[in-house]
Design a protein around this ligand. Sequence first.
Ligand code: SF4
Length: 427
Amino acid sequence: MTDEETRNEAANESAAQERERRVRERIGTVEAEESKAYFSRELLLWYDRSKRDLPWRRHRDPYFIWVSEIMLQQTRVDTVIPYFNRFIERFPTIRDLAEAPQEDVVKMWEGLGYYSRARNLQAAAQQIVELHDGKMPSEREHVFALKGVGPYTAGAILSIAFNRPEPAVDGNVMRVLSRYFLIEDDIAKPKTRVAMEKMIPELIPEGRASDFNQALMELGALICTPKSPHCLICPVMEHCRGRIEGMERDLPIKTKAKKPRPEQRLGVLLEGSGEHEGRVLVRRRPKTGLLAGMWELPHIAAGSGAEAGDLGLDVAQLEELLEDRGLAWSPMSPYLTAEHTFSHIHWTMRVLIAREESETLAHLAAESGVPYAVAVPEAAEAEDELIDEETGEEWRWISREDMETIAFPNLFLNILNRYFAGESERE
Ligand code: SF4
């Protein structure tokens, strides 16, 4: 074979390879398109026949959808349902929510955790009243401008309530997409979320944005669950690449979040006596920061002594906290230990119990000259409220009935409910 013939043969072979590569690419594209169309079609058919009857699905009211989406963040559907019903009954419109005392809004949220969600919800309701005459806006930039509304919630409101082809990508959705399309990118990285947000509008069939996004969330919640995906009954199993490759349990890829920082706390449950009989002493947290504005048992950050069972210095510090407020009490004894994890902190709260000595707070405060004043008794219960004039901290003696009206984080709610229920489990 001459040199020229050899060159021609090589050129022909490379042209043939290029043609084959293009054909394969084309088939791949067609398959990918078919796989996407199949996914959307089967998902919607399944949703139409299997969707759960949830209270916020009975109307397309954007307010209901907004409240439900905020409540559902970090919280299970079963837990949210009674909260949602009570919340909507108490604040039936955006205007009702905007005009309510903040304390009432947080109280309705009590037990759901992540209380800044409730405060932001109310602040956003006030924005809507001020700027949009109390009606949820349907323009993208106006919805994004609402306090506490991030890309996920905005997408959920715009798609579910207004049927706009907007992505609403949360952990459930990322899990389903990672598995179905065999995406091995780390879903903890923002760029993975952004890439998935770009995929969604391509998957939404014309005019079905509301149902499509809900169907995707529903599949993640009921079938494509985190630990044991139910592939055998999954409506999209036939083309699910994660399942076909046997990787459904390995996906999504997610780098672990940092472990919450452990913190030892030492608190006291001080039982009232005399005019405070049947009550316990609580204080209100600062207006900003963790659990802002909620009520709690007095407590301090404890050192390693508490962890080791030697309370020593920590008890002295706790006693000082009470002494500074003009209180006197009987010896403290161990009551219980409770744990609670916030997103970034884990508290181990050791609680002591003691009984107030009979002198009244006001009397002791006057005697010791500490800067306390009994609050002006505007409300009936205010006579038991003390305000630290230096820090603005509020302290109160509360009864079981007061638990109905003031808001506690779960940790203290559980301790106080147990106490008032008479479960005085002493260590
Ligand atoms: S087939 Fe399995 S892994 Fe794939 S989407 Fe369905 S449940 Fe998830």
